[in-house]
Design a protein. Structure first.
Length: 170
């Protein structure tokens, strides 16, 4: 498609079905975003409503910084190619690990105390996601196995029982 030149800062008009320069630039940008979604490593900081996602390319350069809402999370990861995804281990992390694994992603969970040394600034969702992304790339990092839903239910029963025993002994 031939681009129309404009020199006065205004967009070129649409003539006989030929798109203006601004419209074609937007189409090119969308096309580039779709083709550059090859991200080998992603760190996710889980939250209640809005998650922080941080992705880097093979050279360690930041290629993705997003804050998808909970309802958009599966759609967002379904549109990405399968990649290495890291999260801090918690109850909801096991749920999300199972869901993302079903989409083909390789999910690694880490204990929060192992991620903390990689936080560069004051803690925030974006800084935590960046630290998680950095931590999963380390070869000596220890990971937590992903629990099944039944395994989590059994652990919840054991923890509830421990609480009752502790209250009775008090």
């Amino acid at each position: 498609m031939k681009r129309l030149a404009h020199t006065n800062g205004m967009a070129a008009p649409c003539l006989n079905g030929i798109k203006s320069a601004k419209v074609s630039d937007a189409i090119d940008r969308v096309h580039r975003e779709k083709t550059t979604m090859k991200i080998p490593a992603i760190g996710i900081d889980l939250a209640k409503a809005v998650f922080a996602v941080h992705g880097v390319n093979t050279h360690g350069k930041v290629t993705l910084k997003k804050q998808p809402k909970r309802a958009q999370m599966l759609t967002f990861f379904a549109n990405l190619e399968p990649c290495l995804t890291g999260m801090e281990a918690c109850g909801s992390a096991h749920h999300w690990a199972r869901r993302l694994s079903a989409l083909g992603h390789t999910v690694r969970l880490m204990a929060p105390q192992f991620v903390k040394p990689y936080v560069k600034t004051n803690t925030s969702d974006a800084a935590d996601a960046e630290a998680i992304c950095e931590a999963i790339s380390r070869p000596s990092m220890r990971f937590v196995p992903i629990r099944t839903a039944e395994g989590q239910a059994v652990l919840a029963l054991h923890r509830a029982r421990q609480g009752f025993v502790k209250a009775r002994r008090a």
